[in-house]
Design a protein around this ligand. Structure first.
Ligand code: FMN
Length: 369
């Protein structure tokens, strides 16, 4: 279904199952794990165009690329064409080896929207097109866009914004099927994503624009639902991969099998190792890993008790030791859930406030830098 080469302008990626840029989450170690499990393209966490001139250690950490990463995208947001163009140019001048650049027109975080960035941009289709055009002129890599259906439920601009972006030369349009005022528990509006895709296709004329659906993709079934109901060329995975990077393999190879405990442990320990390599052994590394650990153990027996323990871990050695101790008592044939769709329904995937805080924390991570 999606396991075939996917073209972004002159860049070919292996498939159309993409890992979204995830503030506070899509760092080098997590991207490596998702790439190994099949993600066709992964992204650096969202950058602020206005913040690009100020570069320090944290910003360096954000834009790092591991030598093993086959292909990599960056994502940036900016309120004005000239700000985005300058931010994109600086990113290239810093010598960051990214293969494609996405413009974020969907971030709902107050601080970002208040500056006219993220989802504030979808209020003005003409401005959206101008921001994209200026960015395309500033860089020589494929430029893409990610939008929401509109700013509010009663202010839906998806057709006009999609058409403006397709006309201005977006190589790929990702539509998250919610408006800015929706919570994660609001359903994804497949029909409205489809409307946006149709408008983009019509505006692009003979030029191919890749159309990618985003929102509530938690397993093969929901990926298929996105493809069937919107006619998308690819899917972008967000919350569905938290603690569940196997989702890429499941969608690409069209199966619903959950990993055995030993397969699960193998991947989690590899993530621990990549994390330790990147952040080095220490308190900062352990704190950054805690959320992954909470996501990884969700759905397994005794994970509630482990949660309390996890909030105390202070080093990656401790993380490793707790994990081994925990997995040791689980029978290998145990799967997280009998029914994989249960996975999507757990609290792990709908702590809206936790997610929003995390997103915000991720954003502050570079905003404050
Ligand atoms: C922790 C977190 C961080 C996110 N960071 C970004 C980001 O940096 N850029 C972006 O375009 N979207 C970001 N998003 C939004 C997701 O990419 C996606 O559009 C949204 O979560 C809907 O998809 P889902 O229902 O599959 O999670 C983030 C979401 C979460 C939960």
């Amino acid at each position: 279904m999606l396991n075939k080469p996917f073209q972004l302008g002159n860049l070919e990626i292996p498939n159309g199952v993409l890992l979204a840029p995830l503030a506070g989450v899509s760092d080098v170690p997590f991207r490596r794990i998702c790439q190994e499990l099949g993600a066709g393209l992964t992204y650096i966490e969202m950058l602020s165009a206005a913040g690009m001139p100020h570069h320090n250690r944290k910003a360096g950490e954000l834009i790092a690329r591991d030598a093993s990463e086959p292909v990599l995208g960056a994502q940036m947001t900016g309120a004005k064409p000239e700000i985005m163009a300058l931010g994109a140019k600086i990113l290239m001048e810093k010598g960051v080896a990214v293969d494609t650049l996405d413009i974020n027109m969907g971030c709902p975080v107050k601080k970002i929207v208040g500056r006219g960035c993220g989802s504030a941009i979808v209020r003005d289709p003409k401005l959206a097109g101008e921001i994209l055009q200026a960015t395309i002129e500033a860089v020589d890599i494929p430029v893409t866009t990610k939008i929401r259906l509109g700013f509010t439920k009663s202010e839906q601009t998806v057709e006009d914004v999609s058409a403006a972006l397709a006309k201005a030369g977006s190589e790929m349009l990702v539509i998250h099927g919610r408006t800015r005022d929706c919570g994660y528990s609001d359903p994804v509006q497949y029909d409205r994503i489809k409307d946006g895709f149709e408008a983009a296709r019509n505006a692009a004329g003979d030029r191919k624009i890749q159309l990618v659906g985003n929102g509530n993709i938690f397993d093969l079934k929901t990926a298929k639902e996105m493809v069937d109901k919107t006619g998308c060329d690819g899917v972008m995975i967000s919350r569905g991969c938290l603690g569940n990077p196997w989702i890429f393999d499941q969608i690409l190879n069209e199966h619903e099998r959950q990993p055995t405990v030993s397969e699960w442990l193998d991947v989690v320990l590899r993530h621990v190792e990549y994390h330790r390599e990147f952040y080095t052994e220490g308190h900062y590394a352990a704190i950054r890993f805690r959320k992954h650990l909470l996501w990884y153990v969700s759905g397994y027996p005794g994970s509630r008790a482990l949660r309390a323990e996890i909030s105390q871990v202070n080093s990656m050695a401790e993380v490793r030791e707790r994990l081994l101790r925990y997995a040791d008592v689980l029978p290998d044939e145990l799967r997280r859930y009998g029914d994989p769709h249960e996975f999507a329904k757990t609290g792990a995937y709908d702590p809206k406030t936790e997610m929003d805080r995390d997103h915000d924390r991720g954003i502050e991570h570079y905003e404050d830098s």
